[in-house]
Design a protein around this ligand. Sequence first.
Ligand SMILES: [Zn+2]
Length: 470
Amino acid sequence: MPLSLYDTATRAAREFIPITPGHVGIYLCGATVQAPPHVGHIRSGVSFDVLRRWLTIRGYDVTLVRNVTDIDDKIIHDAGHEDIPYWQLAMRNERAFTRAYDVLGCLPPTYEPRATGHVPEMIALMQRLIDLDHAYSVNGDVYFDVRSFEGYGSLSGQRIDDMLASPDSAAKDKRDPRDFAMWKAAKPGEPLWQTPWGPGRPGWHIECSAMAGKYLGEHFDIHGGGLDLIFPHHENEIAQSKAAGGDFANFWMHNAWVTTAGEKMSKSLGNSLLVDEVVKRIPPVELRYYLVSAHYRSMLEYSDVSVSEAGQGYRRIEGFLRRAHELLGGTPALLEVDLAARPSAFDEAMDNDLAVPQALAVLHDIVRAGNAAVAEQRIDDVREAFCATLAMLDVFGLNPWDPQWSTGQAGSTDRATEVIDALVQVLMTQRQEARVRKDFAAADAIRDGLDLIGIRIEDTAQGARWTLEK
Ligand SMILES: [Zn+2]
């Protein structure tokens, strides 16, 4: 079955055929670094990380470009309030985004260009659009003439006459109130760059056209972003890039929002939903599982209850892997896990526009069957379920043996953890021997000593097990 992806531009899923065989170029609109990210900001990074991993597993060499918008009205305004340069505020927030992508296991993009590093490319593109009479400058601003581009509004399904005036400026000298600003003339005290039309700074839309063209060429496979970017941002990117002569993106993919109380998650909810804060309450691997588990085009209603339910789902998978691992013995490497050992129903779901909920249903069926096999000590069936589960988790970047998720529990591949595990095993054996000779004071002392450094001993039917308290 071929891979099909939903294309916002045609409002249908269709077969994905790359422009260059074996290669896929993706441009993903990244963060506008006005503030540190909350859970809603990070969903697109996670969704497109799953797409990138799936394409890689399907044998494609993927180039992922995710930009950083490091200048805009709010960044300039907020930096002014703090009495610091705009770049200081932008860099602080960019670091917070990088931390959030990293803690949630998103692979770094191939390129991560910043808007302010690409002003010459923007000037060249604007000059070309002016030469072709698709753009014009007024008092140092540069506007795109939307009526000059046939097809303006097609991505968002609007007719020009039904659109409101572009909100980014109220220039009375615009040819049409819907014309949007690509470049903004400098106001007193604002950062500026010199251009043929006077000093100013980038608007938002021009940077993505310029950077997509630079890193992926005039025609590339997939352009992505959040649903809220379809209009005006992506509509304007298409107008700029196609009017300049390029074919631009073959597929337009948009992820839905994380909502709270039915609304798009907003900053007004305070700091408790910042990724930096949430990962103090919820293990990052469980937060990733939660974000991955819904279809990328479905809204995800955030609540502590829904995240903790997702966490339970992930822990059920982990629990099976741990029991299977104990029964099979050895490390995953020794077991020669075949990471291509996925059930075909799983692959079919992923090929169907990344139908993760259906793919996860296959995974949970395997886990249920695997648990039954563990209970009945059917070793071959346990091994098969163990390998299939790891192979499927790998697609989502959720393999618990990945050093990314090292929690200090049995199963980590980290050398220091192996040593700690061996030491704790020695103490647990001594404790067991003390209990056998009924020296309960000595047994309790060992347990209490471990407790003091955060190591909890749990007695199970398979013997004692330890976990590291967070
Ligand atoms: Zn963009």
